[in-house]
Ligand binder design. Structure first.
Ligand code: ADP
Ligand code: MG
Length: 364
């Protein structure tokens, strides 16, 4: 799997102050110029307004936008919306109903803003698995198929930036599950930076390298996804589904026991056997409630996955529960435990303990 190249190229920098009745957007966005940045926050917090401003669709005299080395907007200059090299995918695909899928795609390809850049038609069709749909009209596509075509159309416009505004929100569970692998491939195989608006934590965990949290028109936190998911001062770690992401590499397949070993900074994790090649980078998810702590390494336990960690922080979760942030040699993890256990084991920031992990999910 090819990962988008990590480099020091300048990122995406947007600054917008937009007032609209009771609502004010006051956003200062500074994110990497590669990979997927998820913009996450409750309904009404200004995610769509921010994306529209970046697309040039809001009247914002006080805006600034730099994408890589290019200035799209500052105090003196404003690139018109139709000249911005962006691909924009909305919750509901807006395909031309009178054109076939191929017609819709050709239209986008011909109208691309950056004529020097080109993404091969066949590659995009392959990437999104829409080869069988080319002669159909939008009315004869399912919701998930329409969204895949809309994403293909956005790519064929050869954008410098992809804006996705809750592209899966209108789909049912099954359609969502079917389209996520295509989005994961997009993430792995394309070098186009993506701003991906979502209020689904699962999508964020699967897709985002970088995470921006919004609330009330403001950006409240911004950083690598694995980092923000485990920050005890942020709401993500407080929920019932609090989780950590682990970047690992496929190491060993054990066909006898039907298990695969994935290695990460803190040791190794066994997951159900899969067919991924050895050496392939993967993302694993570990829920806070599936991690328990012991003072010494356990023998005689049925739990396969355990490794040493350092407690870096403890926070109150409820009257009886604490949340611990752990460091597994550079990978942050979460564990939920009772206050009583913490007292009996004398756990405190700095304690060296062992984490036992009851369940690990392979995301991609
Ligand atoms: P989100 O995408 O995070 O749900 P939006 O950016 O759509 O939020 O909306 C931000 C705020 O602006 C909300 O309070 C919403 O009610 C308001 N709003 C959105 N669109 C309009 C509009 N066309 N006219 C007036 N207010 C709007
Ligand atoms: Mg919205």
């Amino acid at each position: 799997m090819k990962r988008a190249p990590q480099s020091d190229q300048p990122g995406i920098r947007a600054r917008y102050r937009i007032g609209r009745g009771d609502f004010a957007l006051d956003a200062d966005l500074d994110v990497p110029g590669q990979g997927v940045t998820a913009i996450f926050g409750p309904s009404g917090c200004g995610k769509t307004t921010l994306l529209r401003a970046i697309a040039g669709l809001e009247n914002c005299r006080d805006g600034e936008l730099r994408v890589g080395a290019d200035t799209w907007q500052d105090q003196k200059y404003c690139l018109a919306p139709h000249r911005r090299p962006i691909g924009y995918v909305f919750q509901e695909a807006s395909l031309f109903p009178h054109l076939t899928v191929r017609g819709n795609l050709d239209y986008a390809s011909k109208r691309r803003r950056d004529k020097a850049r080109r993404i091969a038609f066949d590659d995009v069709v392959d990437l999104l698995g829409i080869g069988d749909l080319l002669t159909r009209r939008p009315a004869n596509l399912s919701g998930g198929e329409r969204q895949r075509v809309a994403i293909a159309r956005a790519l064929l416009s050869a954008p410098h930036l992809l804006l996705m505004d809750e592209p899966l929100a209108a789909l049912d569970r099954d359609a969502k599950a079917a389209i996520l692998p295509f989005l994961e491939r997009l993430h792995d195989e394309l070098a186009i930076p993506m701003l991906y608006v979502s209020h689904d934590a699962d999508e964020v965990a699967r897709l985002a390298d970088h995470l921006v949290l919004m609330a009330g028109g403001r950006i409240t936190a911004s950083g690598p996804t694995a980092e923000l998911l485990t920050r005890l001062d942020l709401p993500l770690a407080r929920g019932d589904h609090a989780e950590a992401l682990v970047n690992a590499t496929i190491a060993v397949h054990d066909a006898d026991d039907q298990l695969t070993e994935a290695r990460f900074s803190g040791g190794s994790l066994w997951v159900p056997l899969n067919a991924l090649p050895v050496g392939q980078p993967v993302r694993l998810r570990i829920l806070a409630r599936d991690v328990s702590l012991t003072l010494t390494p356990q023998t005689g336990t049925s739990i396969l996955n355990h490794f040493p960690v350092t407690i870096t922080e403890l926070a109150k979760q409820s009257p009886s529960q604490l949340l611990a942030r752990l460091d597994a040699d550079g990978t942050p993890l979460l564990a939920r435990l009772t206050r009583r256990s913490a007292r009996l084991l004398a756990l405190a920031p700095g304690s060296r303990v062992h984490a036992q992990v009851k369940s690990v999910a392979l995301l991609a």
